[in-house]
Design a protein around this ligand. Sequence first.
Ligand SMILES: CC(C)(COP(=O)(O)OP(=O)(O)OC[C@H]1O[C@@H](n2cnc3c(N)ncnc32)[C@H](O)[C@@H]1OP(=O)(O)O)[C@@H](O)C(=O)NCCC(=O)NCCS
Length: 164
Amino acid sequence: MSLKLRNLTPDDYLPLRAVVDEWWGGRAVAGLLPRLFFNFFQTTSFAVEDGDAPVDGLLVAFLVGFVSQTNPAQAYIHFVGVHPGYRAQGLGRLLYEHFFEVVWGLGCREVEAITSPVNQGSIAFHRSLGFEILPGDAEVDGVEVFSDYAGPGQPRVLFRRDLS
Ligand SMILES: CC(C)(COP(=O)(O)OP(=O)(O)OC[C@H]1O[C@@H](n2cnc3c(N)ncnc32)[C@H](O)[C@@H]1OP(=O)(O)O)[C@@H](O)C(=O)NCCC(=O)NCCS
C-alpha cells in the first residue's frame, strides 16, 4: 500500500461527508462535521490517502482536531474515522500520533476527546492510545460518563491524555 499522510483541505469536505455515516456503521454523523473544520482547522487536521487504491488518492482515514483557544496548552480531537476496509492496520494510531507531535510543537501538553458510550470500539481505541477516562457523574455499561454532556439524556465519555 502506498499511503500518504497530509493536511486536510476544503476539497476533502464533500467526499468525506458522503461516506462518514457509512464509516460510523449507519449513525447519522455527517452533521457533526461541518465545512468550517476543513476551512479553518487545516494545520491540525489530517487525511490519509491510498495511492494504490482503484480510485487514485482514495481518502482512507482522517482526523479533525484543533488547539484550544481557551487553554492553548490543550488540544482536542473532534473526529477520527478510518475506512472500514482499512481498519486494524494502525491508521487511527498513525493519525493520533501525528496529531500529538504537531500539537506538542504548538505548545500543547494534553489532548482531550469525547465519544458516545455506545461506541465501544472508540472507547477501546482511545484506551489503547493511552487516554484516561475522566470521572463523570454516572456510568453506562461500567464506563464513567458525563450524563447531559451533549444535551439532556445524551451522555458522553471524556478522555484525556498527557503528552509530556
Ligand atoms: C476507532 C477507529 C478510528 C480505529 O481506527 P483503526 O485504524 O482501526 O485503529 P488502529 O488500527 O490504529 O488501532 C490502534 C489501537 O486501538 C485498538 N482498537 C482500535 N479499534 C478497536 C476496536 N474496535 N476494539 C478494540 N480495540 C480497538 C487496536 O487494537 C490498537 O491497539 P494496539 O495499537 O495497542 O495494538 C475506527 O475503528 C473507526 O473509524 N471507527 C468508526 C468511527 C469512530 O467511531 N470514530 C471514533 C469516534 S470520533
